[in-house]
Design a protein around this ligand. Sequence first.
Ligand code: FAD
Length: 451
Amino acid sequence: MSYDYDLFVIGAGSGGIATARRGAQYGAKVGIAEYDRLGGTCVNRGCVPKKLMVYASHFPSHFDAATGYGWSPVKSQLDWLKMITAVNDEVTRLNGIYQRMLDNSKVEVYRGRAALVDAHTVAIGDQKVTADKILVAVGGKPVKPSIPGIEHAITSDDIFNLKEQPKHLVVLGGGYIGIEFACILKGLGSEVTLIIRADKILRGFDDDIRSEIQEAMQKHGIRILNNMTDLAITKSDTGLQITVKQADNAEETILADAVSLAATGRIPNLEGLGIENTAVEVDGGAIAVNEYSQTAEPNIYAVGDCTDRINLTPVAINEGRAFADTHFGGKSRTMSYENVPTAIFTTPEAATVGLTELEATEKYGEDKIKVFRSRFRPMYYTLPNHDEKTLMKLVVNTDTDQVLGAHMVGDHAGEIIQGVAIAVKMGATKAQFDATVGIHPSSAEEFVTMR
Ligand code: FAD
């Protein structure tokens, strides 16, 4: 049977675009559908605009540190609208680049919401196309928790469109997105209160990292209310009132402007996708796939956040490219989920690769794990006399000497851990770390001098 396309991709985000282009490079005839801007969450409402705002948020601290190095004090004010406009202009520039990249790869772009009609047919509005293989890469969307008054809260999607800087932002949720925005807004000069249900931010990350970031956030003036229950939001003439109950049942009311950010989670974006017209199965709200990203409908595949494996841009891209290599490039391969590094762009930044201390202990037993830690004030902060700390940690298997995990909180943690991740992925031993000559003076050299 002949089809319009060898591959049709639903969703032109990180995973979808990478797969479409890779497939087309191998000579496949590829179409892709997108109802929103090209680039998906990462480019339009995630990694990119967020990181630009992270950079913006660091300037007050640089201005402050400068005086320690002999510069006269800098007086500077943020023009929020100018900053947010510049961020959005950059996003628009990237949208154009994606369009050109798809055009150059001869991938045909369909503008509109796509739905599965059957295993080989996709409808985009009134148009229908057929394809030998279909890749679903529809990503995720934020969910608001079901609490009274939540309709008054915005999500991370909306923050990039705020015309005015919130004076007081209340962030709900201690996941990485929530705490990143808490730090960004604090750095930009807003008052910030973070409300979390647990006792600590960043569930699932290494415990030392969680404590170090939480303490640093508090030191920077972010108010963190933990173990909170019974949250409710009401709107008044003066703004929003957020009430919460503390562990001892005492009630607390926080006043914010007309903005509180619900950063409590994301779910796969499967609405209206027509999954019910196929044999594709959904498990826990996500598209169920095997290690080749294949669904229960043999010619339909899914990658990225809609499969809820590890929800990061490089993972979605890698899953997609593995699929394209396997089916169009004659190189059968699967994505490896071991030792995927990740960064948290808080202030201070954090990054991590491999097992946490707890995961390593559970896997190998406490007596087989040795932990190396180093906590110090980086040289940059000595002259300004800022009380900023960097924490580095290695988790090592004492039987094999293999470094199982590397974790860091401190400036440039993402840049540093990216390099360390290669060693961890290759199975490097602590002795090999120790045999590596450090770069002096740097913070990164601590990773090879911890004893
Ligand atoms: P997406 O990039 O979301 O793309 C899906 C696309 O499908 C979207 O463009 C959507 O409009 C389209 N679509 C959906 N349904 C349909 C349909 N029916 N028809 C046509 N089109 C459809 N990851 C990192 O690695 N580093 C970070 O620093 C980072 N920061 C983040 C910050 C925030 C605030 C958020 C929300 C996410 C962040 N992420 C980060 C996660 C990252 O953005 C996602 O993991 C990544 O975008 C997933 O790619 P994807 O291809 O699965 O989905």
